[in-house]
Design a protein around this ligand. Structure first.
Ligand SMILES: Cc1ncc(COP(=O)(O)O)c(C=O)c1O
Length: 335
């Protein structure tokens, strides 16, 4: 199949860029020191590529992701890095053919996990992200409570999400501060695991025993601004469906905000200048001295945020130049 055979809008993964990203991250965080976060790509096919590259332990954000990985035979060591109170979903994960660990940060989440038959937990610690995670001062008490309920406490996790986009100069120092909180909690909790980090802190977080990064696989233009050594592998392949010629003219591509996660900003249009996105359309202008395309031409849009973009689609097509090599189902969508 050729790129020109694909209907639009279609999500594309550039195969050489993806391979480069996996190799670069694997060099820095080899084997199980990397626990790839599937929330960014939501695909067991992509996860299988990471397992083949030596990273068989995964991080997930939803029970659906955990259950899908388990059903695909990728359940060697799955961490649900998120709080869940739904007894039915917890019980489904407990009986899945997988090693499942869940994050807990309160008496209620410990009771829910223990009541549903979950065997292993991490104490989730707030490291400044204003999201889930207990205060470090209560982490030890929660670990004792979990053990008293029969749970195996593997250690701690703490996601320093607020520092992912921090610019270079202060990043290392602020990550050190966040990880100091996490290590303080770990001293009270015990266990082998200190889990945290992401694409934006992969080069400066020296404190976690495993990195929870996911965006590095496909990348987006928001992370692209940081100048990390990862390449933009994800794009939205669109057809130009309308052109208004003239010096202040514009063209319209057939992918808009229903095909692109826009919370981190507008997508970029390769070779052109984006004007705005609406439901089904992206309107763009020519660059200075550039030409508008013709109706029927194809353009690539580069998403600003990978996770929600992927979640809008049912599959991604793996391409190398003009050739479509493979198609990966986005089979871990929904909750
Ligand atoms: C709990 C958790 N860990 C790690 C990550 C890191 O992911 P990324 O690779 O996008 O930085 C995220 C992203 O939202 C997350 O929610």
């Amino acid at each position: 199949m050729r790129l020109s055979d694909l209907s639009t809008p279609s999500l594309l993964v550039d195969a050489p860029a993806f391979a480069h990203n996996v190799a670069v991250m694997g060099e820095a965080w080899p084997g199980t020191t990397l626990r790839p976060h599937v929330k960014a790509f939501k695909s067991t096919s992509l996860a299988r590529e990471l397992a083949a590259a030596g990273h068989p332990a995964f991080c997930a954000a939803t029970p659906r992701e955990v259950l899908g990985l388990a059903a695909a035979g990728l359940g060697a060591d799955l961490l649900l890095a998120n709080e869940v109170l739904d007894g039915a979903r917890l019980a489904a994960m407990a009986s899945a053919d997988a090693r499942v660990t869940v994050a807990v940060d309160s008496e209620a989440t410990i009771a829910a996990a223990a009541g549903a038959g979950i065997g292993e937990v991490l104490i989730d610690v707030d490291v400044g992200c204003l999201r889930c995670g207990c205060d470090p001062s209560v982490a030890g008490r929660l670990a004792e409570l979990a053990r008293a309920r029969g749970l195996h406490v593997r250690g701690v996790m703490g996601y320093e999400g607020q520092l992912m986009m921090e610019p270079g100069a202060t990043k290392e120092e602020r990550v050190a501060g966040a990880m100091h909180r996490l290590l303080g909690a770990h001293a009270e909790v015990g266990g082998d695991v200190v889990s945290g980090g992401g694409t934006g802190t992969y080069a400066v977080n020296r404190w976690v025993t495993e990195l929870q990064a996911g965006s590095f696989t496909l990348m987006d233009t928001d992370y692209g601004r940081l100048g990390l050594p990862f390449r933009q592998a994800l794009s939205l392949w669109c057809t130009v469906v309308s052109v208004h010629a003239g010096p202040s003219g514009w063209a319209v591509a057939d992918g808009g905000l229903k095909a692109l996660g826009m919370d981190h900003g507008n997508p970029s249009v390769v070779g052109h200048v984006l004007v705005y996105c609406s439901d089904e359309h992206s309107t763009f202008a020519a660059t200075d001295g550039g030409m508008l395309p013709s109706v029927g031409d194809r353009v690539r849009l580069l998403p600003a945020h990978v996770d929600p973009t992927v979640a809008y689609h049912e599959r991604m097509y793996v391409v190398d130049g003009e050739e479509v090599l493979d198609s990966w189902a986005i089979d871990l969508r929904n909750w």
